[in-house]
Design a protein around this ligand. Structure first.
Ligand SMILES: Cc1cc2nc3c(=O)[nH]c(=O)nc-3n(C[C@H](O)[C@H](O)[C@H](O)COP(=O)(O)OP(=O)(O)OC[C@H]3O[C@@H](n4cnc5c(N)ncnc54)[C@H](O)[C@@H]3O)c2cc1C
Length: 525
């Protein structure tokens, strides 16, 4: 109550100036705001377009599907894609305190050693490398599983636990993996992600049966502080500048356009679709794209909105012999493996879902009333998409050309992915639980390709659209500062040079941690 009263008062008496304005209270923004507000001398404003996370659909991890298409979902939709038989995929993203971490499947997956070493190579900063990031993960976790001090930490803000009392269908998956020569691990966030992959019971951000989002882990315990203001219902439209220095942001609240200034920095943590959008509306982007819609150029950065990546997956479904109720978030086992032997890191990502999840198209093939689906996906897709403004109006939606499967290499990997998934799902270990394979069945050649195009859906891991690097197509440098301007950083999934091998909220927490540390260091905070 004290926290609520404090926030009511702080919001009612908004200041015209804060030290740092963090835009977006999602996976990364929650971390940035909390870490900066740990210094009582720093005044932090956290702006969020959506609302509260006090809803059963957020707090009960099993209810995550009910948020899709609700007011807690931005409801983005990709353009029609010729590589998916013309389909337009919905690209949900979380809207409200916690962002994606309030509506997601709660899986905690750190990424592969090679992802972080790639980030370090792209940025030229070894601080992004695996060993340093592993240290940070140990520091921020409050790990509830069997002690493993080499990889897991305790006492940090992020409560992580192995799925409690997992369904027999989840443990069957580990046995099935063993049958086809894939090793199992005690947990998925250590040695398993340093080599060729493996299978494990998933780690979840669930505490006492309730979702423990990154907002709840980081910001909620800080809501009673006088130097952190969390303002919901505030839609950021653009960053304001004086010359080349970011001075604050313009936002829409209760139908009014308001501005607030940032004495030290502005941080964009709006997610991989809205961050590049706001950059472009602020005059930062490709000069021709901006000229086309009539936005005056501040900084030519042709990489803004390019390099769009996501994990695309193809659901394969088995019918239960007798119904088995989903447990936890309904996804309790995970598997990473390689589509071909020569790779030194996994390029396939599997999450078991304990109920049928057809696509809009595969639904017509006959979905069993009770069954389980493997989200069998590409962990390192080669296809790249892009985002394009349609108009200069910051409240108008933009075009998302996701371009899934546009690179032929992805189609070849997708075939291997479905084949491996079928070998796994048809293994002996599942026999006691299933009546049989519902889809796709034994398809080859064009029929298999057709299934892949019809079944493709997103894992909702949008990233890469303001990527970190040192070349002309990069948008931020290794300290996450936007190239060519001052006082503006990006901290969210947009900065990933490539999507991490696995679910993306844990890497977004690392991005938030590093952003906050670099801001504090730069300004002696
Ligand atoms: C249905 C679903 C399931 C998923 N499952 C998992 C999973 O199990 N495990 C996992 O690791 N990852 C999962 N993800 C992905 C994960 O949640 C995201 O990768 C992560 O949340 C991205 O963090 P972010 O900080 O980049 O952006 P977000 O978490 O999306 O945060 C962006 C925030 O900015 C706000 N915002 C956007 N535009 C504006 C604006 N103009 N003004 C003000 N505020 C704005 C948004 O409302 C949001 O709160 C899932 C995502 C979804 C949607």
């Amino acid at each position: 109550m004290q926290a609520r009263d404090n926030q009511a008062q702080l919001s009612a008496r908004l200041q015209s100036r804060y030290d740092v304005v963090v835009c977006g209270a999602g996976a990364s923004g929650s971390v940035v705001a909390r870490r900066l507000a740990e210094n009582p001398d720093v005044q932090v404003l956290l702006l969020e377009a959506g609302g509260s996370d006090e809803a059963e659909a957020v707090l009960d991890p099993a209810l995550w599907p009910t948020n899709l298409g609700s007011e807690r979902d931005w409801g983005f939709q990709a353009e029609p894609n010729p590589h998916l038989n013309g389909r337009q995929l919905p690209l949900s993203m979380g809207k409200g305190l916690g962002g994606g971490s309030s509506i997601n499947v709660a899986v905690w997956a750190r990424g592969h050693r090679s992802d972080w070493d790639f980030f370090a190579a792209e940025s030229g900063d070894p601080g992004w490398g695996y060993e340093n990031v592993l240290d940070t993960y140990r520091r921020i976790e409050d790990w509830q599983g069997a002690p493993d001090p080499q990889y897991r930490g305790t006492g940090g803000p992020v409560w992580v636990q192995p799925a409690a009392d997992p369904s027999p269908i989840a443990t069957a998956m580990l046995e099935a993996a063993g049958e086809i020569g894939i090793p199992s691990f005690a947990h998925p966030n250590g040695r398993m992600m340093e080599g060729e992959g493996g299978a494990a019971i998933s780690d979840l951000l669930v505490r006492n049966g309730r979702r423990h989002s990154l907002f709840r882990a980081y910001v909620r315990p800080w809501l009673g502080r006088p130097n952190l203001t969390v303002l919901t219902g505030a839609l950021v439209r653009r960053v304001t500048f004086e010359g080349r220095r970011a001075t604050g942001v313009e936002f829409l609240r209760d139908g009014r356009v308001m501005t607030v200034s940032a004495g030290t920095e502005v941080v964009l943590s709006l997610g991989a679709i809205q961050t590049p959008k706001v950059l472009m509306h602020s005059g930062i982007g490709d000069h021709e794209d901006l000229a086309r819609v009539g936005i005056p150029l501040l900084q030519h950065l042709p990489g803004v909105g390019r390099n769009f990546q996501d994990h695309v997956s193809f659901g394969c479904t088995w019918e239960y012999a007798e119904p088995i109720a989903p447990r936890n978030s309904g996804s309790e086992a995970t598997l990473y493996w390689k589509s071909r032997p020569g790779l030194d890191a996994p390029d396939l990502l599997f999450c078991q879902v304990e109920f049928p999840v057809p696509s809009d198209r595969t639904a017509a093939r006959g979905v069993p009333a009770h069954g389980w689906t493997m989200f069998a996906g590409l962990a390192q897709p080669a296809s790249r998409g892009r985002l394009c403004l349609r108009t200069a109006d910051p409240t108008a939606p933009l075009a998302v050309e996701a371009n899934f499967l546009s690179d032929p290499a992805d189609m070849a990997t997708a075939r291997a992915c479905v084949e491996l998934c079928r070998a796994l799902g048809n293994a002996q270990a599942f026999r006691p639980f299933v009546r049989g394979e519902a889809m796709p069945g034994d398809l080859t050649g064009e029929a298999l390709d057709e299934y892949v195009r019809d079944a493709a859906v997103t894992y909702w891991h949008q990233s890469g659209t303001a990527r970190m690097g040192r070349d002309a197509m990069s948008v931020v440098d290794g300290t996450l500062k936007v190239h060519g301007v001052d006082g503006l950083r990006v901290a969210d999934g947009s900065i990933m040079p490539r999507v991490t091998t696995g679910n993306t909220q844990a890497p977004c927490a690392i991005i938030g941690e590093r952003a906050a540390a670099m801001i504090r260091q730069a300004h002696g905070l």
